[in-house]
Design a protein around this ligand. Sequence first.
Ligand SMILES: [Zn+2]
Ligand SMILES: [Zn+2]
Ligand SMILES: [Zn+2]
Ligand SMILES: [Zn+2]
Ligand SMILES: [Zn+2]
Length: 302
Amino acid sequence: MTVKMKRMAFLAVLLMALCMAASALAWKPCQVPHVYEDWKTLREPTCTREGYQRMNCINCNHWEWRNIPKLPHTQGEWTIENEPTCTKRGSKTTNCTVCGTLIRHFIDMVPHEYGEATVTVEPTCTKSGKSEQVCTGCGKVSRKTLDKLGHDYVVDEVTKEPTCTAKGKANATCSRCGSSKTVTLDMLPHEYGEWTILREPKGEKMGRRENVCAVCGKTVREDFFPDGTLYQGMDKCPEVTALQEKLVELGYYDGGTSAGLFGPSTAYGVRRFQKDYGLEQSGVAYPETLEKLEEVWSEKQQ
Ligand SMILES: [Zn+2]
Ligand SMILES: [Zn+2]
Ligand SMILES: [Zn+2]
Ligand SMILES: [Zn+2]
Ligand SMILES: [Zn+2]
């Protein structure tokens, strides 16, 4: 072989090798869908630059790429740059402990500091007043309206005395401004005395009584039982509940007790109790019945 032929053969082998290497390296599209490995972080992010990650397909040499956002700066000790006032925001600064970047935050304004209120216009009975306060920081003035006081009438002369049938009249004068007017005086209550019995209560029938006003003669009449009597129709009454609870314990009643309602079955229980203890069988719990019931119930407790 000549030198020239040797060189030709060497070049051919080199070309073939290059072609094989090129075809092995060339990107071939995946015939099946890409199947990726997990994301691999190739560069961690810091507070000054983004990081990135890569994920490779296990079937071909395709890969996906994504950025990782920058990390926030790490705040160090804060230094007040400008104190806030009632008219201007303040500011404070710090340096990132990692990269040294200067960080500045604003500080909210502080509220005005108002001193004592000064009354500039005194309010009167009929006119409103004014007051003002000054901020010790910036001198801003805050003004307020003071409500008018209204008259303070005091009765100084009764011109017509009130009775239990008619209103009275009087002159009244304002203690502040001296303005006067006529005022009406409320009627007085009737002056009732002792009740007069027209008919005594008997059994389950209420009695009747009347009362007369000593001044005007107005008469009121009403039905009544003696004070403390419990009778049918009473409702939401704690004394009725107490009566029923005693009747239950002694076996004269088995109905409800919580409502404090005196119904027919309570009256029936009272009547049976009255029969057993020689009292008039009215079904009305007169004071004598209640006394006897208390006595019998107390004995049972011992
Ligand atoms: Zn693939
Ligand atoms: Zn930083
Ligand atoms: Zn201020
Ligand atoms: Zn007045
Ligand atoms: Zn009267």
